[in-house]
Design a protein around this ligand. Structure first.
Ligand code: GLY
Ligand code: MN
Ligand code: MN
Length: 375
């Protein structure tokens, strides 16, 4: 097997982007240990691998589970593969650093345990390990057209799956059974799986922000579904809230406020917008309705190979500016314990001129109303 021209071109561009960043930071090399960063830079996905990037080399260090698969990378001029050296990694890193005359190498502070670093240090002699943070995630923030297409495919799959599961919903089906069916339908439509464990909260469980689906039967009342699919490594992440039968007071008003907050924030999404100001646009609407304290989480996050990735919309994101190609979730919510919650979540692509919402599932109040399950 060989890597395709497209895979090689993409890896070449991404490695070059990383080398430019390393050069700007005065780092001669980076030991990449975050699995999704290795995937992004090489196209190779496997557990417990390491990627050493220097100005002239990109070396994948891996164990023999991946020997056959990695032949394609070994045959590609961009990469070297060192097989079977995972257990003597420190020696291998030292050997590569000596060959390239490096006196220091960056490590990913967000993806390396202290125990792992201490183990490495035993073999490194004078080679210094420099903690870095966010070097590759910064590169991943702006998506290419191909990456946008994969996320749109994931959204199409998750929407189609929800449509069929909702249309088959019968009284007595539990949150857990609903979730299992949703995951099954996403896989049947070509997803690798869910992009995270779906949140399916019925009745009062809809106010539990990250509710784990359980054995509660879905009955009349609120139903909050936060779900997504993964396609070729790329995640989608949407939330819709429904109501079967009559909406309990004051959820109708809550729904309208959350929708207004969502739309106010989406209206702010354009290149150059400050992430804290986008967060505030939604938060101000909810605060004006008197529910500031019932919206206790950030407004959203980047979405890509990780379901949560930088940048983030929160009141701590001042100075972080949106750029074309970013895909951000916008997900305000209001949660009233014991009564229910409403969250609405969209995946929003930042374009040159503004933004484009990637989902097609309606989000107005009328679309949230469903017939009673008792009928
Ligand atoms: N799926 C969790 C979230 O929406 O961030
Ligand atoms: Mn979500
Ligand atoms: Mn989200």
């Amino acid at each position: 097997m060989e890597l395709t021209d497209q895979q090689v071109a993409s890896a070449r561009a991404r490695l070059s982007g990383l080398r430019t960043r390393l050069d700007a930071d005065g780092l001669p090399g980076l030991m990449v240990s975050a699995e999704h960063d290795i995937w992004y830079l090489t196209g190779f996905v496997g557990h417990s691998a390491l990627l050493m990037v220097t100005p002239n080399r990109a070396v994948i260090i891996c164990d023999r589970r991946y020997e056959e698969l990695l032949q394609a990378w070994d045959a590609c001029e961009l990469f070297e593969v060192v097989m079977g050296a995972r257990h003597k990694l420190g020696d291998e890193v030292k050997r590569l650093a000596d060959e390239d005359g490096l006196d220091k190498v960056g490590i990913q502070a967000e993806a390396m345990t202290i125990a792992f670093r201490d183990g490495l240090l035993k073999s490194l002699g004078d080679l210094e390990l420099i903690p870095t943070s966010g070097l590759v995630s910064k590169l991943r923030e702006c998506k290419s057209n191909e990456e946008v297409e994969l996320i749109e495919r994931a959204i199409g799959i998750q929407q189609d799956a929800l449509e069929v599961v909702l249309s088959d919903l019968k009284p007595g089906m539990t949150e857990s059974q609903f979730t299992a069916r949703l995951e099954y339908e996403m896989r049947m439509r070509g997803a690798e799986g869910a992009s995270f464990e779906p949140i399916v909260g019925s009745g009062p469980n809809s106010s539990v922000i990250h509710h784990m689906p359980g054995d509660r039967p879905i009955e009349d009342g609120m139903l909050l579904i936060d779900w997504g699919a993964r396609v070729e490594g790329y995640c989608s992440d949407l939330t819709r809230t429904f109501c079967f039968g009559e909406m309990p007071s004051p959820m109708e008003r809550v729904y309208e406020v959350v929708l207004e907050a969502l739309e106010a924030a989406i209206d702010c999404c354009r290149p150059g917008a400050d992430c804290a100001e986008v967060d505030a646009a939604a938060r101000d609407v909810i605060a004006a309705a008197g529910w500031a304290d019932q919206f206790p989480h950030g407004l959203g996050h980047g979405v890509g190979m990780d379901v949560h990735e930088s940048p983030y919309f929160s009141n701590r994101s001042g100075g972080v500016l949106l750029e074309p190609g970013m895909i951000m979730t916008v997900e305000p919510g209001v949660y009233l314990p014991g009564i229910g919650g409403v969250r609405l979540e969209e995946d929003v692509l930042i374009t040159e001129s503004g933004n484009r919402v990637l989902s097609t599932w309606p989000r107005d109040l009328e679309s949230a109303r469903r017939a009673s399950l008792r009928a």
